[in-house]
Design a protein around this ligand. Structure first.
Ligand code: FES
Ligand code: FE
Length: 334
């Protein structure tokens, strides 16, 4: 499964404090903790001794202590102490198979196996707004969503639902038509690999927290990795206003995800709560429809029991599906 060899966000960096934290990724349970230097570590959430959940334990002097017999593990994974045998040096076989965690965009990213890959946004282009000092950054979430990661990405890329699901906000029944736009799939060795949709337009009554009138809004979308998407939008009525929102998904299992929105906005006047409230208003409009979709796993292959039909307004979604097939993605699809 290629997804195991990709980094995925598992929690907000601020959520990992001085106690172990349980997370779930791609159907596997992990425990996270910080060592004395504050560096985060991850290991399978199962003690190598008798299988107890390590996340029920505690952190002592930067070491993870199992809740059952109190074995302690260093950030390297080495078992450093067995309380029942003081002075005994446990062998390497008694340690944890730890994995490194990468901090970025306010999140901690975990790659379950293989040589650690660069994050999907590491090229500085997929989410260039993160490094733009003129934009204010904010992490919104997590939102627990009962569907597959590809369904969530497709919804994020979808322009044709604005006039219905987001009527009065991101769309309007009198402007339901989706104007033509350009979609391409770039190969892995290109400057911007993944799916790219440019020249998208939508008429939006309330495009962002600061908009005071309806406006045509220019959109670009990018999918730099199977479970990640980024948009840039610029309302024509707000000259110079350009914001970017990244969708970061932790696929907990095939049909359950934890979702964050990383916002980069030229709005320094609103409070964090106000900005988050706007984003959540929009997402809570999406969520019931998103969770109602059946099957929850994206029908991707000819063998899928249900074959969905498409129209020309779905070109980004169709390109995304082709990209998933080319990447060999098998999690959250059928
Ligand atoms: Fe963890 Fe025994 S099960 S120390
Ligand atoms: Fe939506």
């Amino acid at each position: 499964m290629i997804e195991l060899n990709l980094p995925h966000p598992v929690c907000a960096a601020s959520a990992l404090t001085d106690q172990p934290l349980a997370v779930r990724l791609l159907g596997q349970d992990w425990v996270l903790w910080r060592d004395e230097a504050g560096l985060p570590h991850a290991a399978p959430d199962q003690c190598p001794h008798r299988g107890a959940r390590l996340s029920l334990g505690r952190v002592c002097s930067g070491q993870l202590q199992c809740p059952y017999h109190g074995w302690r593990f260093a950030g390297s994974g080495a078992c450093t102490q067995v309380p029942a045998l003081p002075g005994w040096q446990p062998p390497a076989s008694h340690g944890l198979a730890t994995r490194p965690l990468t901090a970025a965009h306010g999140l901690l990213w975990l790659q379950p196996q293989g040589d650690v890959q660069a994050l999907p946004t590491a090229d500085g282009k997929a989410f260039a707004a993160e490094d733009d000092a003129r934009l204010r950054k904010l992490l919104v979430g997590p939102c627990e969503v009962a569907t597959s990661a590809p369904r969530i990405v497709e919804n994020f890329l979808d322009l044709a639902h604005f006039s219905t699901v987001h009527a009065g906000w991101l769309g309007d029944a009198d402007h339901a038509e989706v104007p033509a736009y350009t979609v391409q799939i770039n190969l892995a060795d290109s400057a911007q690999p993944g799916v790219l949709a440019t020249g998208c337009q939508a008429w939006q009554p309330q495009s962002n927290r600061l908009s005071t009138e309806g406006s045509w809004v220019d959109y670009d979308y990018r999918v730099p990795a199977p479970f990640c998407a980024v948009l840039e939008k610029a309302p024509q009525a707000q000259g110079g206003y350009r914001e970017s929102i990244a969708l970061f998904i932790c696929p907990q299992d095939e049909e359950h995800c934890r979702v964050w929105f990383r916002m980069a906005v030229p709005d320094f006047a609103s409070t964090d709560e106000e900005l988050a409230a706007f984003q959540m208003t929009i997402f809570l409009q999406d969520q019931p429809v998103l969770e109602s979709q059946r099957p929850r796993r994206l029908p991707l292959t000819d063998a899928a029991p249900v074959q969905e039909v498409h129209c020309a307004a779905d070109r980004t979604a169709m390109a995304y599906r082709r990209y998933l097939r080319e990447q060999g993605v098998s999690f959250g699809v059928q």
